[in-house]
Each structure stands twice: as structure tokens, then as C-alpha cells.
Design a protein around this ligand. Sequence first.
Ligand code: ADP
Length: 458
Amino acid sequence: MTGRLIVVSNRIPSETGGAGGLIVALHDALSATGGLWIGAEADPVETPGESLRVLSSQPYSRLGYQLSHQEIEHFYLGYSNSVLWPLCHRRPDLVDLKPAYEESYRAVNRRVARMIAAIARPEDTIWVHDYHFFPLAAELRALRLQNRIGFFLHIPFPSLGDLSVLSQPADFAEWLGHYNLVGLQTLSDVARALEMFRADPRAEFLMDGTVKFRDRITSVRSFPIGIDVEQFQKDAAAQDEQPLGKEAPESYFIGVDRLDYSKGLPNRFRAFGRYLENRPPDQRPCLVQIAPPSRERVQAYHDITRELEEIAGHLNGTFAELDWTPLRYIHRSVPRHRLARLFRGARGCLVTSYADGMNLVAKEYVAAQDPDDPGVLILSRLAGAAEELSAALLINPYDIDDIAGAIRQAVSMPLAERQRRHAACLKAVMANDATGWARSFVSVLSQVPGTLVWPGST
Ligand code: ADP
């Protein structure tokens, strides 16, 4: 790459914050190219400014754009999280179409595009992240930027049928057709994206599998995202205090999810109850569920929080004994190094998403295990991670008996089988870590056909 890498995402790493996978993944590429990371400033303002503000400059520049209070409601909670999120997570019934949401979404993308255009140099490569910014390349092209622009969608790609609930479904292909490279988590996502282009009369498939949309060429490829494996292994093996304190249960399963309706938490709790109903009396495992609140001002999130509290109360009401609380439901965030220790101590991990771009928790759990005595990953086959982690116990998250059966199997699984499954999963997790993921996206982006290869285009 000759120019700088410019990363755009809704969230920007804080200067002091911990190092999540994405931050680690992009650190090298940004530092090596003197790159920039552009994201929303933390606090909303009355009237957002028209230019990016420098938030810090070491080891790479972090630049912020501002959002107004109304844009938080309409662009972020509204169109991004009450239209696109449910749409991409197979919940078109939850899509809340309001003209004001869509207007704000388009306006924020247009403004951020103007701010980027003011600082981008022709040789820079721009990497846009996630569903908050589908139209960003279209807006940048409208400002006559010819840079290579890549897009990575962290969540599932919607099906053609679900896309038709949008007020202007054809815009989706139009938005994506302005990127040089569209990166998705899995091969199934790629298949859905190609299905969308195939159904669009403006798109044409070229011999090499790329899509010509109007006068541009877009490559659609899968880049399954990874984690910072080494750091997770190190944190998990640290010999600090037991994260569950003195009252640590002898054997426990762990679930760690933002409290989101896509994670299948009600069925997870019900399945744990089903397992408890039929368990042998000497088995008394706990389920430790960590679920920090998320997007609480959106009604669907409020509803799922209430529903879970009810199921959790019922579960403990039915099964708890004086010296045993089967479900520990913790409604807050936990520092990453403690999570890693919790993962390592757990007999199994439950991932029951109905739809999930990747599900990093699944990979973190695998990385955190002691290879000599590993726990068992129970993984929804509808999570992106199932494509790589096929050696996990794959379950149908809609089928409570299937999940309960997997819990039973995990409790009694012989050591040799645990080791065999874990070794296969760990190999897959290590084959594709966070840094490798970023490197391969940027490398493909620098090689795909550039913009405006078609003569006569503007
Ligand atoms: P999503 O991006 O939909 O939230 P993922 O499983 O892909 O789901 O990523 C979630 C990330 O957030 C993981 O890295 C996970 O460790 C972290 N995380 C989730 N819940 C918590 C929590 N309670 N405390 C700290 N980190 C959490």
C-alpha cells in the first residue's frame, strides 16, 4: 500500500480503553502506514461540527466526528439499530421504519463523507466498517473520490426476502456497488450478497466472479474475523484470584453476550431448565450468564430484558436449593482478563444465537481453555463461527431439547473427546487471528481491480 490506511467505524477505540480484537487487528496496519481511525465522538452535541477533530495522534491518529442528540436517536438507535440490525439478524418483524430515521442515516453518511473527502489524499485506502455506513462509498464517490474503498460487514448479510421490507430495497445493491471490496464474515453471507446482486438488473457477473455494477467492479469475499489469541491465552492462564470468589460452583457453564434478542438467551435459559429437570441427582452445575445491557432505549431490548428476568426468576424458583443457585445472571460488564479466567474455569460455553455475524465469544472460549483439560463449546449452527468451528457441539438454537441434550453430553463427555474437539477448534481459531484477518483484508483490497476501470465512466 502506498498511501495511508483510513479506517472508519461508528465506534472509535478510547485512548485508555482495553484492546479488543478489532483494535489489535488494525493497530499494525494503521501504525505502519501512518494511518487514521475515524469514529464518532463519545458525547452528543447540540450542533455537530463540519470537520473532523483530532482526538489523539499516537501511535496513529484518531479523528472524531460529532453526532447531535437527535442523530443518536435517529441515525444510531433508529435506522442503524432498529432497522438495519433486525433486518440483518433475520427479524424483519422488529424493523421500525420511520422516514426520520432514514433521513438522518443518509444525512450522517453524507456529512461524514464530506469530512473524509476534506482530508483524504488520492493514494489513501479507505476501509469502512459495519452497518452504520453502508452508503458511505456512494457518498464519497458523489464527491468524486476515486480511492480504493473497502467495506467489512461485521453482522450477517440479510437475505433477499428480508431486504424487501426496506422502503427502497434497491438502494442496498447501489450502496455496496460503490465499494471495490465487500468483506463478509462467512461463505453463507457471500452467497446472500451475490444472490442480491444476481436479482438486480443493474448488476452483471464477470468471469472472475466479481460484480460489475453500473461502471464499477466490486469483489465480494469472506474474511472470517479472529481474536487476539495469544493475549486471551495469557489472560486465561494467569494465576490471579478466582473470578467467582469463594462461592465458586464446582462445575459451571458460561454464557457471555450483550443483552440482545439475536443471542437466543430465553431458549438458552429454558434449555438449561430442561437439562436440570432430567439430570442425575449428583450433577449440580450452574449457568453463569453475563449479559451487560445494550441499546436499552430501543423497545425490543427493553422487552427482552424483562422476558429474561422472568425466565431467570422462574428457573431459580423451580430448581434452587439452600446451598445451590443454578443460574447466576449478571447484568453488567466484566473486565476482559476476568472473562478469560471465567471461560477457562467453565465446563462448557453456551452460544445460542439465532443469527450472529461471527460470535467472538465462541473463539475466546476456545482460546481460553487448558488444552489438557478443556471445556466444551456448545455453538449455534446459525452463528458465523460454526463455519470454522465445526468440531464444537453444534446445536439448533430454536430446539430446546437439542440444546439440553448438548449440555448433558458436555457434562459427561470423556476427556479424550473433549481434547480432540478442542484441538480442532483451537487450530481453526489460531489459523485466523485478528491481525491475520486485517492483513488479508487490506492485502486483497490493494489487489482487487481499482475504481473506474470502465472507460467513459465518471
Ligand atoms: P456482539 O459483537 O454481537 O456483541 P461478539 O460475541 O462477536 O458479539 O462480541 C462480543 C465481544 O464483547 C466479545 O469480545 C466479548 O468478550 C465481549 N463481551 C460481551 N459481553 C461482555 C461482558 N459482559 N463484559 C465484557 N466483555 C463482554
